[in-house]
Design a protein around this ligand. Sequence first.
Ligand code: BG6
Length: 476
Amino acid sequence: MSISTATPDQDLSVDGAPLPSTPIRRLVLLGASGDLANRLLMPALGKLLDVEPQRRDLVLVGAGAEDWDEQTWRDRLEGSLTSGGVSRETVDALLATTSYHRADVTRAEDLAALVAAGEPAPALYFALPPAVTARACEALREVDLPEGTVLVLEKPFGTDAASARALNATLAVLVPEERIFRVDHFLGRSTVLNLLGVRFANRIFEPVWNAEHVASVDIVFDEQLTLEGRAGYYDRAGALVDMIQSHLLQVMALVAMDPIGEVSAFDLREAKAAVLRACRAWGDDPAKASRRARYTTGTIDDRTVPDYVAEPGVDPARGTETLAEVTLEIDSWRWAGVPFRLRSGKAVGALRKEVVVTFKPVPHLPTGLTGECEPDRLRLSMGPDAMALDLNVNGEDDPLGLDHVTLDTDLHPGRLPAYGEVLAGVLDGDPLLAVRGDTAVECWRIVDSVLGAWAADETPMEEYAAGTQGPAGWPL
Ligand SMILES: O=P(O)(O)OC[C@H]1O[C@@H](O)[C@H](O)[C@@H](O)[C@@H]1O
């Protein structure tokens, strides 16, 4: 699927004022020595430059707390690119112009040196823990940012609705909203983008995409991965914040939004925001509408997994959940009464990453057709990328007996990893795949209500053995 790139006359700011689109030729990676940059961002950037070689004039500037010399940085960059399968041409092009700067990114002087006057306007990519990013943004107030500067922020954006609002206020005085890229890499996943093609390029889905025909929607991202050495971050976040607050609510917004006139940042982001504004816990009762659980020791494939609380770096007193589920409602004509169940867990036995739209039963099954009539289901898999439609048909043995079939197809895995699509948007200055500031706050508002119920212990913490599908009795 091709996505339209903003042109100067399409690129409107939120209040309607036109903004010139500014392609980015200098990417300053703050936190260049970190794991995110090394494992995900640099390989994704390399892949992008492989498929779009006209971008190879990009200058990559690494900045970090490590006291590295140029050679150490170049070796690190080269290692990261080559282990990501990036071509020699791209590696050489990036190495030809890259540089590394030791910097304390919370100091205005260091930041000012990185955005030096006379250079093209940079994208400042904060590949940093959220607290450091927030301090760096504060420090940027004292820096004279070149016209066209873009700011790129990783999740989590704040720690609740209030802090997200405060961070938005800090950013708003630095650059216009259209130049703030709050990254959610799920928006760059090919199956997630495929929602647009499936929904809006087929006549058969949109007329039934509403409460009259849809019984429920499930958005599930269950992983076999465990903590993978990320206790410092994950033990403070938990499954609800790590996966549902950001990624799955964004996916839900794309599933539930009204049709858009064009695939532009303005139309798409407004349609998603309308869904999130209308969303709340099912029955306005977050305690009953949510469930949480934590894995105990178990086996995944042949791997023995310890209790979550026995993992290095975990604080048992925190009571962090590794599996979260929340049922939401969207107060609109289109969706009133349809439960949207969002769920994500770590250390499950069989991974399950999909959006499932379950349709209501037919209003009348002709007398004479025998057997069970199952609900029709559209399933969009986020890994591997695939799509399936479960239908009732006439069976093989009895011509009037019902049978069930699945029409399925693999989907193209996408030209780029999700981060590559996100970076393409950043370099084009097109925030189509970026989370708008008000939307980030709405996502926290929805999740804060659940976190509040959990903090008050209104929802019990359950347990499941690693390698199972979660606690017994959970329906998904
Ligand atoms: O499948 P992907 O693209 O790695 O995304 C899933 C990951 O997304 C990250 O944002 C979460 O922090 C991880 O916990 C999760 O495993």
